[in-house]
Design a protein around this ligand. Structure first.
Ligand SMILES: N[C@@H](CCC(=O)N[C@@H](CS)C(=O)NCC(=O)O)C(=O)O
Length: 245
């Protein structure tokens, strides 16, 4: 693949030695890439875009029109990588320390668990867009089932603090943004997601304290997420606006 000449992309910023992570302030998939870049000590520039008004340069470079997109200097040009799992795998293949297990079977299992994180994000989307109590409860139950499943997986794997024990992995990077949602959702409606699931609760706490995870969003993230939830106008958004009982 030939990199695009930097001039042809008409980017409103320069892609230098530090890659550019094209982001959206609330995107959980962006957080994965940000966490992995930070874990590997790669300096990068973050450029936030408005997904409701995608800039032309972004649409031209991103076949699916989704964040994250990673722009890398490539000779005299710029190459755009898209899809968070692909971006994370590329970073893992090119920068130390490795965040995937070395053994192919264990690595394949980790990639599969990253997919579970993506499926969980889809259910969270159903939760905060649910228009009535029945739809909200279906999503809440599905999430609780997933939480129970993960707690059992963690228990079977043995001591943490991370998904695969002592070594932070790409599965941790994929799930950290999943659990972060509940820092904003649970104060609005307590989903009880982590109740009596000690392994999961401990994993979530360890992830929330990790520097790379904390730095993956800006300080106004909770406020922005809350406003976004309100704008959805669903059960959760309405409750967020209701005066405290
Ligand atoms: N499978 C993609 C999902 C990324 C994704 O859904 N990004 C959302 C924001 S969080 C997006 O860009 N949505 C804009 C759109 O679909 O038009 C990945 O893993 O990178």
């Amino acid at each position: 693949m030939k990199p695009l000449p930097a001039s042809a992309t008409a980017l409103p910023f320069t892609v230098g030695d530090a890659p550019v992570l094209v982001s959206h302030a609330l995107c959980p998939y962006v957080q994965r890439a940000s966490i992995v870049l930070a874990e590997k000590g790669v300096a990068f520039q973050r450029v936030d875009i408005d997904l409701a008004h995608k800039p032309d340069w972004f649409t031209a470079l991103s076949p699916l029109g989704k964040t994250p997109m990673l722009l890398l200097r490539d000779g005299d040009g710029v190459t755009a990588l898209f899809e968070s799992a692909v971006i994370c795998d590329y970073l893992d293949e090119t920068r130390a320390p490795a965040l995937h297990p070395a053994a192919p079977l264990a690595r394949a299992r980790h990639r599969a668990w990253v997919e579970v994180a993506s499926a969980t994000l889809n259910t969270i989307w159903q939760l905060y867009t649910a228009r009535d109590d029945a739809a909200f409860d279906i999503a809440r139950r599905a999430l609780r089932q997933r939480a129970v499943q993960l707690d059992a997986e963690l228990a079977a794997r043995g001591p943490g603090p991370w998904f695969a024990g002592a070594a932070f992995s790409l599965v941790d990077a994929a799930f950290a943004p999943v659990w972060r949602y509940f820092e904003v959702i649970d104060p609005i409606i307590d989903t009880g997601l982590f109740a009596e699931l000690p392994q999961l609760a401990a994993w979530r706490d360890a992830l929330a304290r990790r520097g790379s995870v904390r730095e993956a969003v800006r300080s106004d993230y909770p406020q922005r997420l809350r406003e976004f939830i309100v704008r959805q106008g669903g059960v959760l958004g309405q409750r967020a606006q209701a005066p405290a009982a």
